[in-house]
Ligand binder design. Structure first.
Ligand SMILES: NC(=O)c1ccc[n+]([C@@H]2O[C@H](COP(=O)([O-])OP(=O)(O)OC[C@H]3O[C@@H](n4cnc5c(N)ncnc54)[C@H](O)[C@@H]3O)[C@@H](O)[C@H]2O)c1
Length: 331
């Protein structure tokens, strides 16, 4: 089948290769002509790998919209709304939106599925799936074993996307009907990965990292429940699985951004030093807002927010966390 890919960055282009591996046709749209040229020259825009000839890209949005009525959205979360606004008037048929970006909109606290549904008019909208889980593009471009989850309110659609992406070489996709739990887990783990990176930049060891990952899961579960998902989903690939891969890896931009902050780099410098998407810092902003609006305690995320946006020193932030009332870990 034919799939239109919106966003030819690290992940979108890698998934384009997988779709071609699986016998599908793809056409990638990206605003950046340099990325498009690289892809059409059969090079991944960010990695030193050769792409199959059939992975093709263009800066012509209309051509990509006319190409199919299945859209893989692989732009940063902050670009999803504008991408949908551009696509919607060009659509001629009801379309399926498969999102892989991992974030929550800070101003509205909307998940990507909600953003898409609000920007695509009902006669152009056939359904939404999030494809998420522990995945570094750096590894999947080399066809290293990866497990993902295809989650949708519509189980048949989740199964269809499972079939489209799975293969017996390196990618196995599970389904889920907990769309909210999967979207939230994928977004909030990036915030925890930034915090884990800060600890590493500070020179703290593996004890601290294990603590951040484990208590991070507690914060993810709280957010999943507030936003209406199932807490059990946080214990699967899209929660714990994605947190493990992100919160302990130099391949993760969120972890690396946190590490730079821990080493003393100001946040705006961190943004300038990284050409690609760092979702976790925006997610910390969104989660802090959610914590206030819902009166729920998210200790690590709120201290991270105070450090990033409120001028709190990292030393005082750690002290604030450690001096909280002592309590039990009974579940
Ligand atoms: N890189 C990974 O390993 C990975 C894995 C899973 C999920 N993700 C998620 O996928 C999303 C994208 O990540 P990435 O690593 O590919 O980021 P990236 O920065 O490498 O690529 C994003 C691409 O989107 C393009 N873009 C931005 N706005 C656009 C628009 N309006 N229309 C078309 N193209 C536009 C950019 O030019 C860029 O090429 C993020 O939310 C990320 O969390 C990434």
């Amino acid at each position: 089948m034919k799939i239109s890919i919106i966003g030819g960055g690290a992940w979108g282009t890698t998934l384009g290769q997988t779709l071609v591996d699986n016998g599908h046709e793809v056409l990638i749209f990206d605003l950046n002509p340099l990325a498009v040229d690289k892809i059409n020259g059969h090079h991944h825009p960010f990695f030193d790998t050769v792409l199959p000839d059939a992975v093709q890209a263009t800066t012509d949005l209309r051509a990509v919209v006319d190409f199919s009525n299945y859209f893989l959205l692989s732009v940063p979360t902050k670009a999803v709304r504008s991408a949908c606004k551009s696509i919607n008037p060009l659509l001629k048929k009801p379309s399926v939106f498969i999102n892989v970006s991992k974030g929550i909109e800070p101003d509205t606290l909307k998940r990507v599925s909600e953003i898409v549904e609000s920007e695509i008019t009902p006669d152009h909208y056939k359904g939404f799936v999030v494809l998420t889980g522990p995945s570094h593009a750096e590894e999947m471009i080399l066809r290293h074993l990866t497990l993902l989850v295809s989650a949708s309110n519509d189980l048949e659609l989740a199964k269809e996307v499972q079939m489209i992406f799975s293969n017996d070489q390196y990618l196995r996709v599970y389904t889920s009907t907990d769309l909210i739990g999967c979207e939230v887990g994928g977004a909030v783990k990036n915030a925890i990965a930034v915090i884990s990176g800060v600890c590493t930049g500070l020179g703290l060891g593996e004890n601290a990292r294990a603590a951040v990952i484990t208590r991070g899961i507690v914060e993810i579960v709280k957010v999943v429940e507030i936003m209406g998902g199932k807490k059990e989903t946080a214990f699967g690939l899209t929660g714990i699985g994605d947190l493990i891969v992100t919160a302990s890896s130099e391949n993760s931009r969120n972890f690396t951004a946190g590490k730079k902050i821990g080493l003393g780099m100001p946040v705006d410098e961190v943004y300038k030093s990284e050409k690609q998407t760092i979702e976790g810092i925006r997610t910390i902003e969104a989660m802090h807002k959610l914590s206030i609006e819902h009166g729920v305690e998210l200790p690590m995320i709120n201290v991270a927010y105070a450090i990033l946006y409120g001028g709190l020193s990292i030393k005082d932030g750690l002290n604030k966390l450690l001096s909280r009332d002592l309590k039990s870990e009974d579940f």
